[in-house]
Design a protein around this ligand. Structure first.
Ligand SMILES: C[S@@+](CC[C@H](N)C(=O)[O-])C[C@H]1O[C@@H](n2cnc3c(N)ncnc32)[C@H](O)[C@@H]1O
Length: 315
């Protein structure tokens, strides 16, 4: 078991010890943390890197990037990039690092600072402008997205990304309000959604599923993952590790499928006799999916839905 001193006493990154073990680092490795967030995993990674090590941190959120620059600006091992991780190939190409990364980490979804800051518009718990963009310099806010989206598409998003049973009623309520006035704040959206939900789930705020679904759509979170999967494979060196932590079953499904396909190797017609060397698998699965243990579950509610998968590039 890893010493807890590698993690800050106030911020334990999700599956912190398991991530370090999965990344399988040696001191001089070149590592990418593609979702810096509050830097919990990066801090632990850096504790394992020597002066010869290198860590590239990426985040699409300017606040996370500024925090990284503030913390690591004076550390020659660290390079900080403000970009969506779907630009991984472009980022690594500029540094001559395609195929040379020893370990690559993704911890998908939103960070606590994003959720806790009302001004970011992610949460029904804090009033603020209805924004929800991780990168406020690109794309459209949730308020504009809601205005532009067709009611039918809104129903689909609420059902698919939020697994919301009352998707139709919620979408109808939102569109009815929008036909008369703007929805500009998280508190307004929360009230509209709450009024549309006839039966509350015990222990769950009625707006939880709607906010999650709209956030996933506004940030094209699944599109980002689909796009980065083949880029991640190309980025790592033979024997290099890819570690991905998902919080939504749709995210995990994308990761699982990709890892399994690449571990199976090239597709051949089912009636064709093939030998294993003809299949040329690109990845080797490392263990099965990993979930948080009891200690972490007690400490961190968010870890309840975390699922980690690990793969290694074939030599
Ligand atoms: C769950 S947090 C990461 C927490 C981090 N591992 C830690 O220990 O503090 C997710 C972070 O990834 C960023 N993020 C999410 N999707 C992204 C994407 N497509 N490209 C770049 N950053 C992304 C978010 O802005 C957020 O800061």
């Amino acid at each position: 078991m890893m010493a807890e001193s590698q993690f800050s006493s106030t911020h334990f990154p999700v599956l912190g010890e398991e991530v370090l073990e999965a990344l399988n680092l040696s001191g001089s490795d070149c590592v990418v943390d593609a979702t810096y967030g509050r830097g919990g995993h990066s801090r632990a990674i850096l504790s394992q890197l020597s002066d010869q090590g290198r860590l590239i941190v990426i985040d699409r959120d300017a606040t996370a990037v500024n925090a990284a620059l503030g913390e690591w600006g004076g550390d020659d091992r660290v390079e900080v990039v403000h970009a969506p991780f779907s630009e991984l190939t472009k980022i690594l190409n500029a540094k001559g690092l395609i195929g040379k990364v020893d370990a690559l980490l993704f911890d998908f979804g939103v960070s606590s600072p994003q959720l806790d800051n009302g001004a970011r518009g992610f949460s029904f718990m804090h009033d603020g402008p209805l924004d929800m963009r991780m990168d406020q310099s690109r794309g459209i806010s949730a308020a504009i997205w809601l205005e532009q989206v067709e009611e039918e598409e809104l129903v689909r998003v609420l059902k698919k990304y939020g697994e919301e049973r009352f998707a139709k009623r919620i979408a109808r309520n939102i569109k009815t309000v929008l036909s008369e006035q703007d929805i500009e704040t998280t508190a307004e959206l929360t009230a509209i959604v709450s009024a549309a939900v006839p039966r509350k789930e015990p222990g769950k705020h009625p707006a939880t599923r709607t906010f999650q679904a709209i956030r996933i759509a506004v940030n094209d979170e699944l599109g980002e993952i689909k796009s980065v999967l083949p880029q991640a494979l190309a980025a790592v060196s033979p024997g290099g590790r890819i570690v991905m932590i998902s919080f939504h079953s749709l995210e995990d499904r994308l990761v699982k499928r990709f890892f399994n396909e690449q571990a199976k190797g090239d597709p051949f017609p089912p009636d064709m006799p093939v030998t294993s060397d003809m299949l040329r698998p690109k990845l080797r699965l490392i263990g099965k999916k990993i979930k948080a243990g009891d200690g972490e579950l007690d400490r961190n509610r968010r870890s309840r839905s975390a699922v980690m998968r690990v793969a290694e590039k074939e030599a």
